[in-house]
Write a protein that binds this ligand. Structure first.
Ligand code: BG6
Length: 474
């Protein structure tokens, strides 16, 4: 861990992410006295705000997006803020920015269009804001394929060494995602079973009820595979499948994750399904179809299901079923570990169900292990039933604040801890797997199948799992 930064410099400070997540997270950290004493926060963007106007902007964002009970010490938070207008493409402006920042260690967070990255990095380097005491956080999208992500990585690497680059995947900032690491490596009972001998398959679902929201242009150029699978879902998969890291630090954890990502087998014909929603009912309301929302016809997928394989000893023959989509029936992110059945049942007539571990990431933060148990009673023989062993996190850990993912990530950036950030080799392994899927879709002329908003995607996605005798967990 490095020395804590004295200044946090936020690019894109007036943007959507800043309003919804970054400023509220910083305010929540200030409220809990978790920001380093004296940390200053300098916002920058094109907008011609004064310091006072930016503070007002920040107050409004916080009032809108942070629950009232988490807004203590608002004045302390606002006093830390200042603002410097900047056109990131104009090299002239960076000197004034550097003056505003002043000396000391600086943590920089870029939340802006990737097309501006190169100009921004060289502006930072020229004005002396890329030296030893600086580190830089990069928000997605980091490219749209392997080649473009390499370009971005090269541009950043020209000014910052890898140990000062913090690539954000906000899923890694979620408490329950970190809890997956705790569960796997803080308990003796899972590791001996965590392999192909005892696990039949894994499911990872990220369902959203929202549609296009306000990002039609971006989303239509991106699609579900690149928006959700390339980053968040592959990070979840890597955490489920990785070997035991030697220690919980950035080098060891990321070394293990990247081995999994490199072991992903190219997806074969028939192992992926894409869909696009039509009108229907989702999240309790009637919603239009994708084309109607977009006001154009499009071949962009809003749903994808994939049968993935990790080609190594531990996971030989264990499919990882992944699915994500917009306009699903409910918002849910969960990981299902389906264990194998017992090799032989001694209970004549009883139907034994194999154990299952369900790790709920959101909105429910809970871990459920289903076990077989005896049904009470004096009947002949032994009647068994599947019962859940349920740990609801907020109940088990009451008194602990539910935090936004960005609170953890901003704090780690400020303190220089890279464990929950994505290394270059991971991003590139992710992209190379994704690029091959897209190339296959193109070769096969695969276009998304329609599904009704409020359903779990096209029927082909159900068939993808059912063919193997597997049902998606619902
Ligand atoms: C973002 C995607 O990375 O993650 C969005 O661009 C998606 O399309 C979002 O809605 C989901 O994040 P969360 O934290 O709400 O699951």
């Amino acid at each position: 861990m490095r020395q804590a930064a004295g200044t946090l410099l936020l690019f894109g400070a007036t943007g959507d992410l800043s309003q919804r997540m970054l400023l509220p997270s910083l305010c929540a950290l200030a409220a809990d006295d978790l920001l380093p004493e004296g940390l200053r926060i300098v916002g920058t963007a094109r907008h011609g705000y004064s310091d006072a106007e930016f503070r007002n902007f920040a107050r409004e964002a916080v009032e809108k997006f942070l629950p009232a009970q988490r807004r203590g010490r608002m004045a302390d938070f606002l006093n830390r803020l200042s603002y410097q207008p900047l056109d990131a493409t104009n090299p002239e402006g960076y000197r004034a920015l550097a003056e505003k920042v002043g000396g000391g260690d600086v943590a920089i967070f870029l939340s802006m269009a990737p097309s501006l990255f190169e100009a921004t990095i060289s502006g930072l380097a020229d004005c002396g804001l890329a030296g030893d005491g600086t580190r830089i956080g990069l928000e997605k999208p980091l490219g749209h394929d392997l080649a473009s992500s390499r370009d971005i990585n090269d541009a950043v690497a020209a000014a910052f060494p890898e140990d000062r680059i913090f690539r954000v995947d906000h899923y890694l900032g979620k408490e329950t995602v970190q809890n997956l690491i705790a569960l796997r490596f803080g308990n003796i009972m899972f590791e001996p079973l965590w392999n192909a001998q005892h696990i039949e398959h894994v499911q990872i679902t990220v369902g959203e009820t929202v549609g296009l929201e306000s990002r039609a242009e971006f989303y239509d150029q991106t699609g579900a595979l690149r928006d959700m699978v390339q980053n968040h879902m592959l990070q979840l998969l890597a955490l489920v499948a990785m070997e035991l890291p030697v220690t919980f630090d950035a080098g060891a954890v990321r070394d293990e994750k990247v081995k999994v990502l490199r072991a992903l087998r190219p997806v074969a014909a028939g192992e992926s399904v894409t869909g696009q929603y039509r009108g229907g009912a989702s999240g309790g309301k009637i919603v239009p179809g994708y084309d109607e929302e977009l006001k154009a016809e499009s071949d962009t997928e809003t749903f994808v299901a994939i049968k993935a394989h990790v080609d190594n000893w531990r996971w030989k023959g264990v499919p990882f079923y992944l699915r994500t989509g917009k306009r699903m029936p409910t918002r849910v992110t969960e990981i299902v570990i389906q264990f194998r059945p017992v090799p032989h049942s001694i209970f004549a007539g009883a139907r034994l169900k194999a154990n299952r571990l369900v790790i709920g990431i959101q909105p429910q933060e809970d871990v459920t292990l289903t076990l077989m148990a005896k049904v009470p009673g004096l009947g002949k023989g032994m009647a068994l039933r599947e019962i859940p062993l349920d740990i609801a996190m907020p109940d088990a850990l009451t008194g602990h604040e539910r935090r936004m993912a960005y609170e953890r990530l901003l704090l780690d950036l400020i303190h220089g801890d890279q464990t929950l950030f994505v290394r270059r080799d991971e991003v590139e392994a992710q992209w190379s797997w994704i690029d091959r899927i897209r190339a296959r879709w193109q070769e096969e002329g695969l276009t998304p199948k329609p599904y009704s908003a409020g359903s779990w995607g096209p029927s082909a996605a159900i068939a993808l799992a059912e063919r193997d005798g597997v049902s998606w967990h619902e």
